[in-house]
Design a binder for this molecule. Structure first.
Ligand SMILES: CC(C)(COP(=O)(O)OP(=O)(O)OC[C@H]1O[C@@H](n2cnc3c(N)ncnc32)[C@H](O)[C@@H]1OP(=O)(O)O)[C@@H](O)C(=O)NCCC(=O)NCCS
Length: 167
């Protein structure tokens, strides 16, 4: 079952992220996005009452009127890999993102994997962003022409290393 995440899922989501990525960084990113209220929505994959997968869509600041979102991260617990859960999380997430009014989605990841869902690096051609030019930087238009004009995009603070505080 794919459903929206609840606060009571947070511990299981953290465990899923740490198990999937083999490190704490993505769990910390998710916690920071929540703390900063930069998360649009999160979904989980639940199997037999247990959270085994997670996806998050955060807001982006584009210099245009419409809402754009970053898909990051998506994770499935390793013992559930290659059973279609990651794909279902992404497909459900994209459907919900459209309902939330997102015009376009940006992602940083494997082009072969994200290409299955329609993401292309080509679509980012006119997007000015910190990851511009990387093959892993891909976009999907949820509304026609979402990436047809030049735009600049700023990511939430949680994606950036913390600035040094002068002492
Ligand atoms: C990426 C991830 C979410 C995919 O979850 P999953 O439930 O295994 O995905 P699916 O079962 O829907 O797999 C869909 C297809 O993508 C392929 N695939 C899975 N992970 C992939 C990856 N990292 N790179 C390229 N292809 C991948 C699978 O082989 C599968 O192909 P197949 O149907 O031909 O076997 C999961 O592997 C994961 O949690 N990885 C660690 C975290 C991560 O790297 N997240 C993505 C970056 S934010």
């Amino acid at each position: 079952m794919i459903r929206y995440a609840r606060t009571s899922d947070h511990a299981a989501i953290e465990a899923t992220l740490v198990a999937a990525f083999g490190r704490q960084d993505e769990a910390d990113l998710v916690a920071q996005l929540r703390a900063d209220e930069d998360c649009i929505f999160e979904m989980v994959a639940e199997e037999a009452g247990e959270v085994v997968g997670h996806i998050l869509f955060s807001r982006l600041w584009a210099d245009v009127f419409e809402l754009y979102s970053a898909l990051a991260p998506v994770a499935v617990r390793p013992d559930w890999h290659r059973q279609g859960l990651g794909s279902r999380l992404i497909r459900s997430g994209l459907e919900s993102a459209r309902e939330f009014g997102c015009f376009g989605i940006l992602v940083l990841g494997d082009p072969v994997f994200y290409g299955r869902f329609g993401f292309t690096a080509e679509a980012t051609r006119l997007v000015r962003a910190p990851y511009a030019g990387l093959a892993a930087f891909q976009a999907l238009a949820l509304e026609e022409d979402a990436f047809a004009s030049a735009m600049s995009v700023t990511y939430p603070d949680a994606f950036h290393p913390k600035p040094m505080v002068p002492t």
